[in-house]
Design a protein around this ligand. Structure first.
Ligand SMILES: C[S@@+](CC[C@H](N)C(=O)[O-])C[C@H]1O[C@@H](n2cnc3c(N)ncnc32)[C@H](O)[C@@H]1O
Length: 347
């Protein structure tokens, strides 16, 4: 079992408010569109000033990059004529489920499972209940249920669960995801192509805890008939330089540590995140490269008109400390050749 520090967790949970406020700022300044973010904001969000242009551009590239990979996953599933499953770990106030459910690939999504600390899932479950727009996309009211003292919410497709991801997955995830009651299937389907999303969460955990988490999913899917498990990690890396030291100190002042960055000093080290678990493919891109290579010229022009950004070097310095790592694990690579091509669309 991994050590847990309950007193220090408030700072980690709070990082979700930062993520939601950054998203709100990018929406307000028209970098991205997200009709659902306003229902999941922390209290007092409307009093917050917008983020500086550099942060808004970063939020745009992060969001666009992850959207491209998730949409690619849905498209590959549709191409194979199958539905898929998405599991978002440390999901916080993320709105991705609703954006998919309101979009053209909604029919391809069989299940969407989110996990976070109980404090955060309780708030999210209440916000979902309060919002007609969020509730409407979950299905009929009688099929939506709050459970486990209001810390979890279940609907036909969307499930919100509370767990501490640093604990042994056999204790934290198995009871809520893979144990089935007589006559019913486990929540986590082993027969669907499944994408694990870790958007800025593993960095707060020890490398050992992250590894047992990923390995637990690998073991669960290793004999699955679907044979396709994908992983996507977004987070900071290479924090040994002066930029990284400032970031680490700022977070430390808020009682937030980043033990998860240690094994990842540079870009080349990031794919090991998945290759060490036997993934068939694994790649990593910094946000700086993503902005250069995967964002269309017309989009770059559009965002350059939104706000004045005078320091491109500064933007690139920030963006090169964040990366998206992705990979796929195929039980039978010959039979699932299509999935090897899962990745970014280069412009
Ligand atoms: C920076 S926020 C990111 C939220 C969301 N994924 C996004 O990118 O917008 C990190 C989230 O991970 C959650 N988290 C961090 N450590 C966790 C743990 N050990 N167990 C469960 N959730 C955790 C936090 O509570 C928070 O909601």
């Amino acid at each position: 079992m991994h050590t847990v520090h309950p007193d220090g967790d408030e700072g980690i949970r709070q990082t979700d408010s930062d993520a939601a406020l950054a998203r709100l700022s990018a929406v307000q300044k028209s970098y991205i569109s997200d009709p659902f973010v306003r229902y999941l904001l922390p209290r007092g969000a409307h009093l917050q000033p917008p983020r500086p242009p550099l942060i808004n551009v970063g939020t745009y590239v992060r969001s666009e990059g992850i959207d491209q990979l998730v949409n690619g996953w849905l498209e590959l599933s549709a191409k194979e004529g199958r539905q898929c499953q998405i599991v978002s770990l440390g999901a916080g106030s993320d709105t991705r489920f609703w954006r998919i459910a309101a979009g053209p690939r909604a029919g391809t999504l069989a299940k969407y499972i989110e996990v976070d600390f109980a404090e955060n899932t309780t708030k999210k479950a209440m916000a979902i209940r309060k919002s007609k727009d969020l509730s409407a996309l979950l299905g009929k009211a009688e099929d939506v249920k709050l459970e486990s003292g209001g810390t979890s919410l279940h609907s036909p497709r969307y499930h919100l669960l509370a767990a501490d991801l640093r604990l042994s997955p056999n204790e934290s995830l198995a009871p809520i995801m893979t144990k089935s009651l007589p006559g019913s299937d486990p929540l986590l389907s082993s027969d669907l192509p499944t994408l694990l999303i870790f958007e800025c969460v593993l960095v707060y955990m020890s490398p050992e805890a992250s590894e047992s988490l990923i390995q637990w999913f690998v073991d669960y899917f290793s004999t699955s008939s679907s044979g396709v498990l994908g992983g996507l990690v977004y987070e900071m890396f290479g924090l040994h330089d002066s930029f990284g030291k400032v970031m680490l100190n700022n977070l430390k002042a808020r009682n937030v540590l980043l033990p998860g960055v240690e094994p990842y000093p540079d870009l080349a080290s990031l794919p090991e995140r998945f290759t060490r678990h036997g993934f068939t493919t694994s790649y990593a891109f910094t946000l700086r490269d993503l902005r250069r290579v995967c964002i269309s010229k017309s989009e770059l022009e559009r965002i350059s008109r939104l706000e004045m950004l005078d320091e491109i070097e500064e933007l690139e310095l920030v963006l090169q400390h964040y990366a998206i790592t992705w990979g796929v694990r195929l039980n039978n690579p010959e039979a699932h050749d299509l999935w090897k091509g899962w990745g970014f669309i280069h412009t």
